[in-house]
Design a protein around this ligand. Structure first.
Ligand code: ADP
Ligand code: MG
Length: 631
């Protein structure tokens, strides 16, 4: 990069650049400044802020620096070293490309810019409201250090829109966090109000960076995934289906290492986890899409956080399958767990829906699991305490409030099952060592049945309770889906057809749904206006289930699928069918029935959750049980 020089883009190019506000709050200024450092090839970037960034943002790097002439040009609008003509806009390989960020920041602050290349002396510029007021020589190591003070001092309207210091600080921390995720090989630090809140040495790869940011317990349970096709690649780390969060804040998506907020990507991720985690909950993953620069347009949003794909549906499929196929078999991580994640390049970027709790002055970015367990308030306190403890990483995973005075114990990101909340969840710690493997249920010691609804199993790590209904639901759902995939749901014909009476008011609606009922494996015919003739039913449920099941499906038709169409509505019906047809809680099972269910469960994909996303099992670690007895 040494030969690059800055020039002002001609008007014809400048006019093609997505217009709008580049700097709307301190976090966006930090993002732009750190991106510049990364574009300059920095190996270490340090960020310092005061009053949430409103009174000071300082970013220092050890990148290529700038010559005196370049430094003076850099604060002008449309001054860039990264593109030359309009054609370059179509294949952007750097974070920056339109030469607006420094100019925008300089025009609303008091800026001190110090830069030095390896070949020349350092230069120190003072800029006020965009006007260069002084340029002098300075001594420094090669690299760049830019300080922006009193952000928005001359635009009171924007100043007014800033939120609390804590909120702005959290937004900055999250911006740095996203850039750090995409650039594991670069060291990052963040200091706020004189305290070190983020300290990330250079990492060997994504997994190590995730460990630095979110803790070992979260990192060690992630599933690495990778899928390449059509000259595109999707790689990353995915939380198992045992984990779910109340907000999408643990979904990090990057396109060519640029953090983006893209509805289609979020949807692909959501769909991959769709039947695995409860409705309304969100998965966790760090996901990178890599494709040729001309496949994606990043010049669509002033803050570069949105993109447009040339082949959007191919990208959707890639992401969906990369995750979904990996989640289909979460068991194999027990055997050959890959410890090095897919390689990630060294350039990166930002901007994902916020990760911020605006609560009290000490609130930092906190982990969503905390809100889930109702501990959001103590998270701020935990963070404050950690900050006070001296330089260490920003704790994004709050301490378990039950053990608030022990730094090492953190609320596990994944306790036993998804979706449990409240007191119990807080009491269930994660197993003491390593990832909690997805059990092979049929190989565990069977203790018996509890409350006629749960199967009790034991393994080396503790007690496992299996929800028999959820388990059976997943087994039948996958069987039905499998049959559909290979043609049609298997039907067991009845020797004697049975009549099913319809409520007259709904008869027409049900008659209209006959094609769906047939597709679901019910051989039905209209028999007069308000009666159906049942000649066969889905075979998986055995010979007796037919008429009762049909009656239940008729009850739900139209209720559960409101607003859904086509495949989605049908999948919903399929879930209903699996649910109605599955062993209910409250049925005493023979030991042989239990064993058969567990064996079938082990053969089933996505076995850890029922089709509605509820967990199939919850684990009670032995240590926890022993502690309850004070042993
Ligand atoms: P852009 O990044 O879109 O080119 P900016 O306004 O962010 O526009 O920066 C203008 C130019 O200033 C960049 O193209 C780059 O040449 C130079 N520059 C900015 N920050 C740095 C830095 N930290 N190290 C080296 N050069 C920088
Ligand atoms: Mg830039």
């Amino acid at each position: 990069m040494a030969e690059r020089t800055i020039h002002i883009l001609p008007e014809t190019v400048a006019s093609q650049i997505a217009a709008g506000e580049v700097v709307e709050r301190p976090a966006s200024a930090v993002k732009e400044m750190v991106e510049n450092a990364l574009d300059a090839g920095a190996k270490a970037v340090s960020v310092e802020i005061a009053r949430g960034g409103a009174s000071l943002i300082a970013v220092a790097d050890d990148g290529c620096g700038m010559s005196r002439e370049d430094a003076i040009l850099s604060i002008r609008r449309h001054a860039t070293s990264k593109i030359r003509d309009a054609a370059d806009l179509r294949a952007i390989r750097t974070f920056g490309f339109r030469g607006e960020a420094l100019a925008a920041i300089a025009s609303v602050s008091h800026l001190e810019l110090k830069a030095r290349t390896s070949a020349a002396d350092g230069v120190h510029l003072s800029v006020i409201g965009g006007e260069l007021v002084a340029a002098r020589a300075c001594a420094m190591a090669p690299g760049t250090r830019i300080e922006a003070r009193d952000l928005f001092y001359n635009t009171p309207a924007r100043l007014k829109f800033l939120k609390t210091i804590a909120t702005e600080q959290s937004a900055v921390a999250e911006a740095v966090q996203r850039l750090a995720l995409a650039n594991p090989a670069v060291a990052f630090s963040l200091e706020a109000e004189g305290r070190r809140v983020l300290d990330l040495p250079r990492a060997s790869g994504l997994l190590e960076r995730v460990r630095q940011l979110f803790g070992a317990r979260f990192a060690d349970r992630l599933l690495p995934f990778e899928l390449a096709r059509d000259a595109m690649k999707c790689t990353g780390l995915a939380a198992t289906s045992q984990e779910s969060y109340p907000t999408p804040r643990m979904v990090f998506t990057f396109v060519n290492h640029r953090g983006v907020r893209d509805r289609m990507l979020i949807r692909a991720v959501a769909q991959a986890y769709a039947t695995l985690i409860p409705r309304g909950r969100h998965p966790g993953c760090v996901l990178f899409v890599e494709l040729r620069p001309d496949e994606v347009d990043v010049n669509v949003h002033p803050m570069k956080t949105e993109v447009r794909f040339r082949r959007s549906s191919a990208v959707f499929d890639l992401v969906y399958h990369a995750l979904h196929d990996r989640l289909a078999d979460q068991v194999d991580r027990q055997a050959g767990r890959v410890d090095t994640p897919p390689a990630v390049g060294t350039s990166g970027a930002a901007a994902i829906p916020g990760h911020v709790i605006d609560r009290g002055p000490a609130a930092g970015a906190i982990h969503p699991a905390a809100e889930d367990a109702g501990v959001a308030d103590s998270a701020g306190a935990a963070l404050a305490r950690i900050e006070g403890a001296g330089p260490r990483r920003l704790s994004l995973v709050p301490d378990n409030p039950a053990r608030i005075d022990s730094d090492q114990r953190r609320l596990g990101l994944g306790y036993g099952g998804a979706g449990i909340s409240g007191g119990l969840a807080r009491e269930i710690p994660v197993p003491a060592r390593g990832p909690s493997p997805i059990p092979r249920y049929s190989e565990l010691r069977l203790i018996g049945q509890l409350f006629a609804g749960f199967i009790m199993l034991e393994d080396d790590e503790g007690l496992i309770l299996v929800d028999q209904h959820a388990a059976h639901e997943r087994v039948t759902f996958e069987k039905l889906r499998g049959q559909l995939r290979s043609g049609a749901i298997l039907v067991q014909s009845r020797l004697v057809p049975e009549t099913v009476e319809l409520v007259p008011a709904r008869a027409a609606r049900i008659q209209a749904a006959i094609p769906e009922l047939r597709a679901l494996g019910f051989e039905v015919e209209a028999f007069g206006d308000a009666t159906l003739l049942l000649k066969g039913a889905p075979a998986v449920f055995g010979p007796e289930a037919g008429a009762r099941l049909l009656a239940e499906m008729i009850e739900t038709i139209g209720d559960s699928t409101g607003g859904m169409r086509g495949e989605e509505a049908f999948e919903q019906l399929l879930k209903q069918l699996a649910c109605h047809g599955s062993v209910r809680a409250g049925r005493v099972l023979e030991e042989s029935e239990i064993r058969e269910l567990l064996t079938e469960l082990d053969r089933t994909e996505f076995k850890t959750n029922c089709p509605h996303g509820r967990p199939v099992h919850i684990r009670f670690p032995r240590g926890q049980i022993e502690r309850m007895f004070r042993r």
